[in-house]
Write a protein that binds this ligand. Sequence first.
Ligand SMILES: Cc1cc2nc3c(=O)[nH]c(=O)nc-3n(C[C@H](O)[C@H](O)[C@H](O)COP(=O)(O)O)c2cc1C
Length: 166
Amino acid sequence: MSDLPIELINKVTWKIPNALCLVGSRHGDEWNGMTQSWVTQVSMEPVLIGISVDQKAVTHRLIEQSGVFTINLWDATDTRPFVKFSKPASKEGMTLNERPIREGETGAPVFEEAVAFIECEVRQAIDVGTHTLFLGEVVAAGVSDDEAEVAAMSHTRMKYGGVKRH
Ligand SMILES: Cc1cc2nc3c(=O)[nH]c(=O)nc-3n(C[C@H](O)[C@H](O)[C@H](O)COP(=O)(O)O)c2cc1C
């Protein structure tokens, strides 16, 4: 444990610019979408995307069980879903929290409204503490709006990360 003040660790980690997206996951009849900010490409060959997921999250269990996930990049002008998707999502028909989805090639949900999506198959799952870093190889992808500005943490007043609150 470092002896840096908690406030300082929070302040600096919250300054790291992060994307804000929805991660889709599914195992059998259980589907979920989750607000995610820790996402980045980590390798070019193979093309791997890393997402770090809370080990207590429903999404964590679904990705562990299925070995797949989707990343859904969102329009910066519509940040409302990020509040709703920070709790387990409710599925009605082919919607999650009333947002239309379809079954992706991997079987995981792809959000119809996403400006771009990436489907991944997990190649490595690294236990990093509170979270697991899932490294997924890109197996399918699409762009539906090439002009839209993609949502980032800086478009909201939300924060994620820093020191775990007990
Ligand atoms: C702005 C924001 C960013 C978030 N980023 C992440 C993240 O990168 N990784 C993570 O595990 N949870 C993140 N969360 C928390 C999850 O969205 C939240 O814990 C969710 O309830 C857990 O998902 P579940 O539905 O799979 O249980 C974030 C929440 C917010 C509000």
